[in-house]
Design a protein around this ligand. Structure first.
Ligand SMILES: [Zn+2]
Length: 346
């Protein structure tokens, strides 16, 4: 998800504190806070949706190697269908807008490469305003978006907006049924706090090649059109993206254990822990759920700038982290054992 594959482990600037070890997954389960929102899903962010549509179309035009993945492959044919009904001058303006992205923002990683995170955050704040006047983005990007805006609004926005609304209804229902149980499991497992008022989740027809990501600015963007974000997959995804907000704290907790045994912390380990833990949390409420890490073939991919595919972490996670999820030992004992086992992998 994030640009799931690269998402992760981002230094947000301020390091959180490492929590002390827990006694085991359910022994200190939090009191129910069923009235507090776990997520606040927004659906009406016109500029954020246009920005991401242009971003993925620009990546397709630039032929980036991720632009044919399932979550974004539908964008170019959808654009083509809409263009057929437009006047020639509108087709030209749209093509120029896509090309501007293809030569600029679309070449940047949405999670961490400036100015993408800042532009995305500004688009989220802009909501559905008529223009981008006063929005803190560069003049060239503003011009591209404002020229493309009226074309997007009449051609693709109605369908993307409808998808956003349907996605929110579906995911809110699942969060209503299972959210407190999943939240209790992951906060207790990690020994970390979820914000009292939940995380904002920004829906967009398209987001990135993984179907969802969260930027270094803490902006969670989830595609409402991707197969990989529907129903239980979407439930796993929203918690997955929220858990990324703990990346710095997780890295600190891992670092403390790594020092005691003189090993390094793999850069993709916080992400691998999320894949395993979020999917297990969903499987505990719905046994038929297939973990996204398996369903999407994530193990064979490189994540978070790691030197090798994530598969090298799989057996250590099953040997050291899964038993902890089943209630054995403390978090920090599990992290230490996990690091020991990873250090032995050649
Ligand atoms: Zn991720």
């Amino acid at each position: 998800m994030r640009s799931l594959l690269v998402c992760v482990f981002v230094l947000l600037g301020t390091l959180g504190h490492a929590h002390s070890a827990l006694n085991g997954p359910f022994e200190s389960r939090q009191a129910s806070t069923s009235s507090a929102p776990i997520f606040r899903i927004t659906t009406d962010e016109f500029w954020l949706n246009l920005h991401h549509f242009l971003y993925v179309l620009g990546r397709a035009e630039a032929r980036t190697n991720d632009s044919t993945r399932d979550a974004v492959a539908g964008a170019p044919p959808e654009a083509e269908r809409g263009l057929k009904n437009l006047a020639a001058d509108e087709q030209r303006v749209w093509a120029e807008s896509v090309t501007a992205y293809a030569k600029g923002l679309s070449l940047k990683d949405a999670v961490r490469e400036a100015p993408m995170p800042a532009v995305t955050a500004a688009m989220a704040d802009a909501g559905d305003a008529l223009t981008l006047a006063g929005v803190p983005i560069d003049a060239a990007t503003r011009e591209v978006l404002e020229r493309a805006g009226p074309i997007y609004r009449k051609t693709w926005w109605p369908a993307h907006h409808a998808a956003n609304l349907a996605w929110r209804e579906s995911i809110n229902a699942l969060v209503g049924s299972y959210g407190q149980s999943i939240l209790g499991f992951i906060t207790t497992t990690y020994g970390m706090q979820w914000p009292a008022d939940g995380y904002p989740v920004h829906t967009s027809g398209y987001s990135g090649f993984g179907g969802a990501y969260s930027s270094v600015r803490g902006v969670l963007v989830i595609s409402s059109l991707a197969d990989s974000t529907q129903r239980l997959n979407g439930l796993e995804t929203v918690f997955h993206e929220g858990m990324h907000q703990w990346d710095n704290q997780v890295y600190v907790a891992l670092g403390a254990q790594a020092r005691t045994i003189n090993v390094r912390v793999p850069v993709d380990l916080p992400h691998a822990l999320i894949w395993i833990t979020a999917s297990e949390a969903v499987r505990r409420v719905e046994r038929a759920h297939v973990p996204l890490v398996d369903a999407l073939g994530i193990w064979k991919l490189y994540s978070s700038g790691a030197p090798g595919p994530m598969i090298r972490l799989k057996a250590p996670l099953e040997d050291a982290w899964k038993p902890y999820l089943d209630g054995r030992g403390t978090r920090d004992e599990a992290l230490r054992l996990l690091l020991e086992k990873i250090a032995l992998v050649k």
